[in-house]
Design a protein around this ligand. Sequence first.
Ligand code: 4AD
Ligand code: MG
Length: 470
Amino acid sequence: MFEAECPLMMTHLGWGKQIYKFSADRAHIENLAGNTMRWNERMYIRDLVGKTGETHTICGWIQFTRKSGKIRFLGIRDGSSIIQGVMVKGETEEAAFELFKDLRQECSVRITGVVQESKQSQYKIELLIKSVEILGKSDQYPITPKEHGIDYLLSNRHLWLRSKKQVALFQIRSRIIQAIRDFLFKHHFIQMDSPILTRSVGEDPAGLFGVDYFDMGTAYLAQTGQLYLEASIAAHANVFCFGPTFRAEKSKTRRHLTEFWMMEAEMAFFDNDDNMDFQEDLIRFVVEEVLNHCEWYLQQLERDPDVLRKILSPFKRYSYSEAIDFLKAKGSNIEWGEDLGAGEETLLTEDSTVPAFVYDYPKQVKAFYMKENEEDPRTVKCSDLLAPEGFGEIIGGSQREDSHDKLLARIKEEQLPVENYEWYLDLRKFGTVIHSGFGLGVERLVGWICGVPHVRETIPFPRLMERLTP
Ligand code: 4AD
Ligand code: MG
C-alpha cells in the first residue's frame, strides 16, 4: 500500500521536499533543520526502486565512507535498506564535498540525490548525491570495522545493533515472526496473550524467578503461557501467544537465555502426530518465507541459502527409544531414561540436512502435563524438534493429559501445590478434549536459520546469568 501510493506522493510534497527537488542551493538546505517532512512524505530507500532519474531525499545514518580518486562513496542506512551514495565533481554540490570529511560513521544525515541503477545493492539502485545535511554528529563511534571481543560488543549492544550483520539478523528475525503469525492466522488461530505474573509452575519448579507480590507472597515470572492457552482453546479451538518467557536456569550455554521469546500454539482435537505434522508445515513455511524475502540479508550473514532450501523436504522422526539406539551405535553412553543433552542432540542431527523430531520421551524427564502413552506408560506423548547442523532443540511440544484424575495424580506426584492448579483441572471437568500444543524458541530458530550459533546475538538485548545491561 505504502509503495503503491508513492507516485501520488509526488503531488503532495511538503515544502521541504519541494525545495530539495527543484533546488540544490545550500541556503535552502539549512532551512531544513528540524523535522520538516511528515512521515508519510519522506522517501525510504526501498521506495526509490523504479524511480531512476528522479531526485529524492532520504534520511538515515552513515554506515561507511570511502574515497577513490575524485569520487566519494557513502553507505546510507535508513531502516528500509542500505544504499550507496556517490559524490562526483560537477554533479554534487561543492558544499557537500566539503562536508565529506565530517561524515563520520553513524552520523545522521539528510541526503538528496538522483536515483541511478547500480549492480551491487539490495535493490540495484544508488544515489548520485546532490546535497548533504548532517543532522546529528558522531565522533569516535566505538564500534569500528576492526574485530571487537564479544564482551565489548555486548556491553555496547545499544550501538552494536546498527552493524551490518546485526541489521541483517534482526530484519530476518522480524520476517520469521511475521511468517509464523501469517501461518497461524491462515489456519484459523487467534492470539490470546498470557500473563507474565503467575502462581502456577509451568515447566520446572527449579527454574523460577520470584517477585514480591503485595501481601500475597511470591509471584513467578512465567516460564510458559501454555496452561492459559489450554484454557483458551475451549473458547477458540486454535490459539497462540507470543511473549517473553523467563527461566532462572543456571546454564551458561550457547542455547540458554534467562529471558527469551516463545511462540506457543495450542490446538483442540490435535493428537501428537497432528502436532508434529503441523510444526513441520510451520517450519517449512517460515524457511520458505525467509528464502523469498530475505536473500540479501542471508548474504550479509554469509548464510548459504542452499542449506535452507534442503529444509523444504520431509523431516526425520525418531522415537526416543530409536534415538537411544542410534546414539549408542554412534558411541554415546547414554542410557534409556536419561534426557538428551546438547551433545546427544548434535550427534542425532549433525549428518542430517533436515530437522528431526524425537518423540515419546520417558515421563521422568518431561513436564507433569504431558499425556501418558497407553502402549508404554513409561513414556509420554511429546516431541522435541531438533534443528540440523547441531543447532539442537528449537521446539518442545506434547499432547496434554486430558483426564482430570490422571492429571491430578501427576500434579500430586510432582508435589506441586494442588490449590494453584484447581482452575487448570477445571478444564478437564467441562468439555475436555484431546489437545496438543508446542512452544517455539524464537532466538533458537533465528540462530539456526541465520547460522548464528549463540542465542545472545539473536535477541536484541540479551539477558544472561551475568548480563542485565544495556
Ligand atoms: O521445551 P520448553 O521448555 O517447552 C515449554 O515451555 C512448553 N510449555 C511449550 C508448549 O508446549 N507450549 O520450551 C520450548 C522452547 C524450546 O524448544 C526452546 O526452543 C526454547 O523454548 N527455550 C529456550 N530458549 C532460550 N533460552 C532458554 N533458556 C530456553 N528454554 C527453552
Ligand atoms: Mg524442551
